[in-house]
Design a protein. Sequence first.
Length: 375
Amino acid sequence: MKALAAHIKQDVDSAHAADARGYQPRQLVLLGGGMANLQVLSALAAKPLPEMRIILVAPFPRTIYPGMLPGFVAGRYSQDECAIPLEPLVRRAGIRWLQRSVKSLDAGSQTLQLDDGSSQHYDWLSINTGPVQNREQIERDIPGAREFGLFAHPLETFALLWPRVCELANSKALRVTVIGDHTAALELALAVRQRLPSSAVTLVIKPGEGGVDLDSPVHARLVAAMKAQRITVLQDVAVGMTAESVHLGCGAHLACDVPLIALESQTPAWLADSGLALDGQGQVAIDAYQRSTSHSQVFSVQDESEALVHNLPAATTGASLHAVRDTSHALHFLFGGSQQAVASWGSYSATGRTLNWLKDWTDRRHVARYLQVTS
């Protein structure tokens, strides 16, 4: 009996020791304050995940809604009108928030290294940082970019710096060059023209593979709008930068006071070395469920995603996942400048003031949905 009692006591002591170490629940990490992760936060506020520790890793106190950024640049919206504060969303969802940036990701050990030197383990990971510019790579491709360029990403930093450019334009006409490789660069050029009507605006857009097809119906409408609004469009690439000029691949030097770098086709260093399989654009290679093709516990989303709201909780419980819905025929709105918007629906497109009103109403309603959740 004494031996049995001693054995039982040993088991009890072991259990107490385990309790002292603490129960370690499974961890879901939301990396980035992009719109898809904000959708997840809103859903968690209504329906929490039991026995799951959820952590948001995002460096900024609020998220700028990308669809309203051109309107902000053009002066249509204030920062507050197109920003979604994170703290109320985090509080309602009942999760932990680490206001940090990621420095490295090791998919093998399922660990994030953060900019304060700490590490964060995850059992599931949702990557939704939005476009991230690799400044080291851009500097290699465009020497001088880090010293003289104004980077469009992260949007939250750009939104703080853009008013300084507007103040400078009050004292003199500026020469602004938008350097890009995606549709967003065309929208930004139009927005700059609307905000700085006395300045010279040039768009340097990367042509061909890895760039923008300016002959597509939607892009053709944007190009027509730019020509009508005195924006110079150059199909070229920037290869260097000084305080007074941008050097182009064709050999020309373009006089410039403000080079606005809107490039999006770089792979962040922390992602390139992560061990995750990447696609041809340097982003996480994903399947029909937005799940990494090499590490099934990792999800990656560029924009918004209703599927992620279902699939993240489903993955943690072993439930079935939902394939991402095809949005190629969904209605999309783009900033068209001069009180215009461009709408696309499949192969159809249109331009007009009524569409501009509809885009404004849609964007404001979208942001208000998150603000209502936080109130």
